[in-house]
Ligand binder design. Sequence first.
Ligand code: ADP
Ligand code: MG
Length: 695
Amino acid sequence: MPSASPADNELALTTPVQFIPGVGPRRAKAFERLGLRVARDFLFFFPRDYQDLTQIVKISDLQDGEVAPVLGEISSVLVRSIGPRRSLLEVVLDAEGGSLAAIWFNQPFLEKRFREGQMLLVAGKTKQRAGRWEVTHPHNEIIESDGDSVAGKLLPVYPLTEGINQGAMRRIMQSVVERCLGDVEEIFPESFCRDKTLIGIQEAIRGIHLPENQSNLEQARYRLVYQELLLLQLGLGLRRAIRAKVSTAPKLEVTTKIDSRIRRLFPFDLTEGQNVAISDITQDLAQSHPMNRLLQGDVGSGKTVIALYATLLAVAHGYQVAIMAPTEVLARQHARVLGGFLAKSRVRTQLITGGLSRSQRELALVEISQGSTDVAIGTHALVQPDVKFSKLGLVIIDEQHKFGVRQRAELKDDGPHYLVMTATPIPRTLTMTLFGDLDVSTLRDAPPGRQSIHTYLPGEDERDKWWNFFRTQLDQGRQGFVIAPLIEESEVWDVASLTEVYKEISTGVLQDYQIGMLHGKMTGAEKDNVITEFYNNRLQVLVSTTVVEVGIDVPNASLMAIEGAERFGLAQLHQLRGRIGRGKHPGYCALFGDSTNEKAMERLQAFSKTIDGFELAELDFCTRGPGDLFGTRQHGMPPLRIADLLRDADIVALAKRDAFDMLATDPGLSGDAYHKIRDRVLLRYGNVLELGDVG
Ligand code: ADP
Ligand code: MG
């Protein structure tokens, strides 16, 4: 009987949320904010975490001095003063077999967190004192129980929104799972599940929302993560196939003659890594379908030469090249550098930026459209609709992480071969997933002649020694930076902290030297002025916020002290440290940080041991998670519901390989075995990946 009427006790997967028992129109609005519109959406709305109440210890079973999780109802919350500016917060729990007092010193504000009658989970070293059990500064979680008994369970914790609490969410989720689970269709063939040791979809959905135990949860999660990543990889694979089939590109083959004519323009031999990247690129360019390649390499690793090689190969075949940079400064720099290499050639370049006058721009556009310009260099000003190329063969995008994917797509209609360059080393997992449809070349080694940089982590008692060294170096003619700590996400505070550091240093350890100050609140002219003074060595030391991390190139600067170093991400520290050791003198960098913060100190230790940007990016990714630096959204990728690129790195690799195998045996996924999978790929990723014409 077809039905989805409010009176019906049965729920269909397509039943609107407001007709789910216990929801109603008001809550339905709130659920909609979470993207939950029909019953089915609940099943695929996954917990962000779990509260583990499976290991709860009864009061009578506590051992003195052992760490134990205890669950109880709060019977009292009390703060009292125990001296000047000292306080004690005591939260007493009624637990099975007795009571326990959780104690916090000097954190009176925590009081607001707790209310009588709440269920609270605490975990810490329990001690018996004066006849009662205590735990000091425990890990603690408030458990929203909604009246049910929760002990012994693995409780899911869902993302929430205003108007929905955890208890209500759990209750509604449970009812949807119980009523609808039977209607969820399996998309994997049975034999596939067996081969890949995957549990069935219904079991997996039950296990993720109502796990029986840890191993049940793990199996459920594995199945769902694998599925999500496999579908993504299949979507990327289908897209790649469409692109290869639909679009053609000029075959730009390299000959010995072209190769030697290009290499003659370089005043140095290419490094091994550069040669490998060039060989990747020339193989791509020789195909009649478009190249789609990402070239990643740290700042200074020598990407420009590779771009130039590809450019000249295209020009040798009579094609035009567009080179895009994220900022006007970088576009100008490219034009200048390329102009230098090309001084003795007949290649005609043209700079297009927002700064051109109208008549200059019109003239430039005519030259591009008539084909008298070989290489157009510019910012996003290059992707305006009035820019028409006569014979565009290659598009090179520098620093692509600053471009939206949309902008890439706009150019796409014009340009057949694509080379994207990035200086932000992207961790392997992310490369595999986000750029699964791009081929990747990586430059790991810097060109010869780089100076070494020594990095130190002096303790507070070694400050004098460091500043002695700093002064000796200044006396020998070197220059240096002092970086002030980041206070908040607020420039006003950063400036305050900077002024403080400046005052301290200019009247203290460096009082006999010329010191300047640089921060983001200064006008462009003020910044230019200070940088010029520093460049000309009229200022010996620059006290600065992180604004120096972009583009300041003063070869004589060899010293850097970073205060509050633990507050910076490794990628940021890497960029900062990259400001020294650029000339003929080795660099010396000291990191001062909060030595009581063990985790942070470990990170800084690791940082001091390598100058490899890739290693650091992996480390940063591992310690901070991908959110901070490489948000998936920022790359224009569909958000993942359950997979975590860091935690699930192994599954990413597996899914990629499996997707590859599946597409090799059935390129359109149209056979009996895979067509359900294909339908799901299209449903989930069809729009984002523009898979419209598959099928
Ligand atoms: P990136 O664009 O990757 O940041 P660049 O291409 O600007 O790096 O190269 C950095 C510097 O190294 C430039 O001055 C460049 O001329 C020089 N360089 C590049 N390749 C080599 C090489 N093989 N040998 C010596 N110097 C090189
Ligand atoms: Mg560059």
